[in-house]
Design a protein around this ligand. Structure first.
Ligand SMILES: Cc1cc2nc3c(=O)[nH]c(=O)nc-3n(C[C@H](O)[C@H](O)[C@H](O)COP(=O)(O)O)c2cc1C
Length: 368
């Protein structure tokens, strides 16, 4: 039994390994008539790409995406659109260095998936971590690009889905300094310029010490209509949490006020409602993170997740070999010193896929 597919009506199946010739995905269930080109998807892939700064892995992958199927350009009308058939997306791996991984062939990295892949499957692609490598997330970002197009096509307006790093290690941003434009100016998707400057020093120090740091990512969606979510076992918050938790290295997810809701009184936590001049409800706050009873309220969707510090580090760690001997491992090769940075575009993609899936599911049950 293996599970490489997520979504119900907007279904994404990813395939490929870190050091195989290529990776990609098949997006099934995309409605016909959605304008879609490879350039639309490349825009998002370029944001997740490795090697873009000294704070991410130096593996040099262009992550150039090809659309192999599911689109058609009618010469009479022009403009490439989806046909409603499966969309196969293909990304070549061009910068594998498998010899970097020979030392972990017989040794398990503590904190990584090496031991469990061996114990479960009895065969493990140790080159770059094989299927457990976050190289797989490139395919998710490509699928997320399709999802964004589906949302805009179906709703007739763009939904703004964006992620920001709000903490690296113990150092959190000052939320009063939040500036979305700043996320595009620094190497961390950080909305607070002074936190970004501190993080550069912290991460350089961690990297030079052969260590790594964890992070917290916040991902939001604005312009989401009310009514998305399928109670009871297809709640929107449950599906978002599942999608984010499926990202490599994620150890905790929260929606809206999340764990801090436990510290609020009922009157402070409840998002008070009033009537807007346009006849639409207004909420005085958004502790719910845009979801009540598993259904979107029309407010911004807000989710947050924590990623653990990268487990492949130079600092030697005690471990065992595949044949049961105790030893130490020091992981060389090219690794992200903080995986939160490149996880931000992946989070956006996962949220886009969940929203596209739920929009189609909503229409399937409720009509327009
Ligand atoms: C964008 C991204 C990049 C990552 N890069 C690395 C890396 O360079 N080295 C590493 O050991 N882990 C990296 N990880 C984390 C591992 O893939 C992950 O820890 C491993 O598959 C075990 O799964 P788990 O942490 O979810 O239990 C990355 C994760 C993400 C989301």
């Amino acid at each position: 039994m293996s599970h490489n597919t997520f979504g119900h009506l907007f279904r994404v199946t990813t395939w490929g390994e870190s050091h195989g010739p290529a990776l990609g995905c098949v997006v099934d269930g995309c409605p016909p008539g959605v304008k879609l080109t490879a350039a639309d998807l490349q825009h998002w892939l370029d944001r997740r790409r490795p090697g873009t700064s000294r704070f991410v892995t130096q593996r040099a992958e262009p992550d150039a995406v090809k659309i192999l199927s599911g689109v058609f350009e009618d010469e009479r009308t022009g403009g490439q659109v989806t046909t409603g058939t499966p969309i196969a997306l293909h990304i070549d791996n061009v910068d594998q260095r498998s010899k970097d991984y020979s030392e972990i062939r017989d040794v398990y990295r503590p904190g990584h998936a090496d031991y469990v892949y061996d114990s479960k499957y009895g065969v493990r692609d140790y080159r770059g971590g094989g299927r457990s490598s976050a190289r797989e997330t490139a395919a998710r970002v490509a699928a997320g690009g399709v999802a964004r197009k589906v949302l805009a096509h179906a709703l007739g307006h763009e939904i703004t889905i964006r992620a920001a790093l709000i903490q690296i290690g113990p150092d959190a941003i000052d939320r009063s300094a939040w500036d979305w434009d700043e996320t595009e100016r620094n190497d961390f998707w950080c909305p607070d310029a002074s936190a970004a400057a501190r993080w550069a020093i912290d991460l350089d120090a961690a990297r030079k010490a052969g260590s790594s740091l964890g992070a917290i990512v916040e991902v939001t969606a604005s312009g989401v209509p009310d009514g998305l979510g399928a109670p009871i076992y297809g709640k929107l918050d449950a599906d978002i949490a599942s999608a984010l938790m499926s990202i490599n290295a994620v150890k905790g997810v929260e929606i809206g006020a999340g764990f801090s809701a436990a510290m609020l009184s009922g009157e402070l936590n409840a998002d008070e409602m009033s009537m807007g001049a346009d006849g639409r409800p207004r909420f005085a706050s958004n502790n719910a993170g845009g979801i009540l009873g598993g259904i979107s309220t029309g407010q911004d969707i807000i989710a947050r997740f924590a990623v653990k510090p990268t487990s492949s580090i130079l600092k030697p760690r005690k471990t065992i070999t595949a044949d049961g001997r105790e030893t130490e491992v020091s992981t060389k090769g090219r690794h992200d010193p903080c995986v939160g940075i490149r996880a931000a575009p992946v989070a956006e993609a996962m949220l886009a896929c969940v929203l596209a899936d739920h929009l189609l599911r909503h229409r399937g049950q409720n009509g327009a």
